[in-house]
Design a protein around this ligand. Sequence first.
Ligand code: PHE
Length: 337
Amino acid sequence: MFEKVESIKKQIEEAVANTKEELEDYRLKFISRKGVISELFADFKNVESKRKKEFGIALNTLKTQAENRFKKLIDQVNSTDSKRDSGIDLSLPPIPGQTGSLHPISIVKNRMIQIFERQGFNVTEGPEIEDDWHNFTALNFPENHPAREMQDTYFIRKDPDLLLRTHTSTVQIQLMQNENPPFRSIMPGRVYRNEAISARAHCFFHQVEGLYVDKNVGFKDLKQTLYHFAREFFGKDTQIRFRPSFFPFTEPSAEIDISCFICHGPGCKICKYTGWVEIGGSGMVDPDVLKNCNIDPDVYSGFAFGMGIERITMLKYQIDDIRLFSENDVRFLSQFE
Ligand code: PHE
């Protein structure tokens, strides 16, 4: 009999229960009235009388042990159950932190700055609210000249001499007025034009202006600088072409085209089946503009260029609607790294 008590004690110590079913098995085996311990109580009468007391104590101890163990097993099963019910699967790999990404305009602007910086250009910025002189007069736009109309200017109602700059060429003037040559600078920034908003045009956008003024700067320097930019930005086999144009502040002036980096010549939707895409305007700084900034045109010469960042970004990523850049839709913005 005593061996039986010992063996049941061992079974109780070793018993485990991970589920409600296993808990019930334990209860039936050790606690219930039909369990092994109750059976032992029935054997009481077979124990010789001088050991009855000893047996009774042993049985009662066993019963308490069985009940204590049962309580522990209940706690254990409940706690594993609550872990399961919380819906958290602790074996799953962690979700990486979601970081934001740069706006495509910033990505392209930074890349443009990087390419020009490697050619010795630094970065200059200027105000978005300007006066008529910096936006027009100093840049050789004659009073009442239709070119002023072409720029669709937003004037500030309280002071019609103030306006939202229509191009970053204003920063050329700021730079040349405030510092001494030589200058080799690029000037990124936001500009404003009173245009009807459509897929192709917006009332504000961004430009990168470039200015290089020194002794003996020639058209060849302009060509080489932009050729290098085009190859770095659009790919090594990019060709460049200059088309005669007009800007009041440059003479001669030229529109800059690059060979289509999508179809490489035969024509496609991006280049409108011409094999060439326009990326900006350029020219040699008009001597009168240098004079307006107290720079002697007999000593110094220079070139300038201007490119629209939205336009370059739309070409690069084949985006067909300029409005996407200012709508702040994360589904669009999160596509750029
Ligand atoms: N400022 C001109 C524009 O906005 C671009 C340009 C800049 C042209 C510099 C020539 C030289 O259209």
